[in-house]
Ligand binder design. Structure first.
Ligand code: XIL
Length: 380
């Protein structure tokens, strides 16, 4: 029998009611002011989530990292620690230390957690890629099924949304050749999006309440890749395959920000929204060749314009960057000669991009609720 939990209001008594009322008013004004001056607080007014990718090791190493993350963001996504390779070390050995820490941190700071990622061709362990005896598709399917069930099962009720499948498409819209699809694949080689469908069904079985996404890059605007993703989404929705939405990575440069591209992005979001799906900006960063005043200004405009699009499209439920400080960004290591891609500089100072976003959040945009939190099974 569950007993009702009594709320405790503390032991100190306030004898004069006027003092109590004044204190309450002051504290709520203070709260409103401070929360309005953070990305997460200002975005909450639009029912929009602000996210950042993060690493667990930095939470203790740099207190300001943890403090900035919790203050500014309402969603945390492990940047790498939930990928197959770091957690599923051997066929029956898992190490959840990193993600456990991130999930505990997020929940302690009233943040939601996004899971990234279950089916991807990169960061896959050697025991999967180079088995002693070649996999049969059925045996590899069992591996993937068990991985999804174990990882999602562990975080059931704690991780609210998952990038179930990441980067499954080629730029021309065909399926990428990967260990999961056709080398040897889990049984659907040559059958288009059936591998994705199977992964979504297993994910839905593992956590029926979780929102399930297919995530990719280079499919933000209308092109052959986004057409293929749209066709898949339309088919899945029509057949009741559990898909909640599409993730758009958005690893871009300031030159993304031209009118034609923005119009095309808006149209792409609208066609996905018309299927009843959510769209999330999942890995945004805007890389620069150097931090000149001109470049930082152009970067600020790009962040502002993308946020403007998300704000005005009710289907856009998350605006997330890939990290948040230039001190820790994947860009310098993976795009030689570039960096300075995030809203905070390497000393955790707010950059023009941050200020432009906060201003945009204060300026307006969609204010009603965004698509209600609904499990993938209820997606239309
Ligand atoms: C990157 C991380 O940022 C790096 O720290 C890691 O070394 C490699 O992976 N698209 C994705 C992400 O979906 O998982 C990648 O993250 C960046 C590109």
């Amino acid at each position: 029998m569950g007993s009702r939990v009594q709320k405790s209001y503390g032991k100190r008594r306030v004898s004069c009611p006027w003092i109590a009322v004044a204190a309450l008013l002051l504290s709520s004004i203070g709260f409103a002011q401070s929360s309005d001056q953070t990305l997460r607080g200002a975005a909450a007014k639009h029912d929009l989530l602000m996210g950042a990718a993060a690493y667990s090791t930095r939470l203790d190493e740099e207190p300001i990292y943890a403090e900035t993350l919790a203050r500014e963001y309402s969603v945390l996504e492990p940047e790498s620690e939930l990928k197959f390779d770091p957690i599923h070390l051997q066929p029956s050995t898992y190490n959840f230390d990193g993600p456990d820490k991130l999930v505990a941190f997020a929940l302690a700071h009233s943040m939601k957690v996004r899971g990234h990622t279950l089916v991807w061709h990169e960061q896959v362990p050697v025991w999967v890629l180079y088995p002693k005896t070649p996999w049969t598709p059925a045996a590899l399917g069992q591996v993937l099924h068990d991985h999804i069930a174990t990882v999602m099962g562990r975080y059931k009720g704690k991780i609210y949304a998952w990038d179930v499948v990441n980067e499954a498409f080629n730029d021309d819209g065909s399926m990428r050749s990967t260990v999961w699809y056709d080398k040897p694949g889990i049984g659907y080689a040559g059958e288009g999006t059936k591998t994705i469908e199977q992964a979504l069904r297993w994910a839905h079985e593992a956590d029926p309440q979780a929102k399930l996404f297919v995530n990719d890059y280079g499919a933000e605007i209308l092109n052959r890749k986004s057409d293929a993703i749209y066709a898949m989404a339309k088919d899945f929705v029509a057949r009741g395959v559990p898909l909640s939405g599409i993730g758009m990575q958005l690893h871009i440069s300031p030159d993304f920000d031209d009118l034609e591209n923005l119009a095309s992005l808006r149209q792409n979001i609208r066609r996905l929204a018309a299927l009843g799906l959510e769209v999330q900006f999942t890995e945004l960063d805007v890389k620069l060749p150097n931090p000149s005043g001109f470049n930082l200004g152009a970067q600020a405009d790009t962040y502002k314009d993308l946020l403007g699009i998300c704000l005005t499209q009710p289907a856009c439920t998350l605006f997330q960057t890939w990290g948040f400080t230039d001190r820790h960004s994947w860009i310098p290591a993976y795009s030689k000669g570039y960096g300075w891609a995030l809203p905070f500089d390497e000393n955790y100072q707010k950059k023009p991009a941050y200020n432009a976003m906060l201003k945009k959040l204060h300026a307006g945009g969609h204010t009603g609720p965004r698509p209600p939190a609904r499990p993938a099974s209820q997606s239309r």
